[in-house]
Design a protein around this ligand. Structure first.
Ligand SMILES: [Zn+2]
Length: 76
């Protein structure tokens, strides 16, 4: 069963229009369009993950840097 890339609702194949139609939001797309939308969805999720990982690394670095400074202060 196909899932709607917009609202994650269930999609039903409509033989009359040859499209997948979302039962929830009414989005109607062909099989190829649906695949393309999902690909876009997936790559935007990947980008978000990368952004999260990047900002986590920045935070880790900042913690390390601040910790180092703290240690330096204590030595003096
Ligand atoms: Zn939908």
């Amino acid at each position: 069963m196909a899932r709607c890339p917009e609202c994650a609702g269930t999609m039903k194949f409509d033989y009359k229009t040859n499209r997948q139609v979302c039962k929830r939001c009414g989005l109607a797309v062909s099989r190829a369009e649906l695949d393309r939308l999902w690909d876009e969805q997936r790559s935007s999720f990947r980008r978000e993950d990368e952004e999260r990982a990047k900002s986590q690394r920045r935070r880790d670095y900042l913690d390390w840097w601040l910790g180092k400074k703290e240690k330096d202060k204590r030595k003096k």
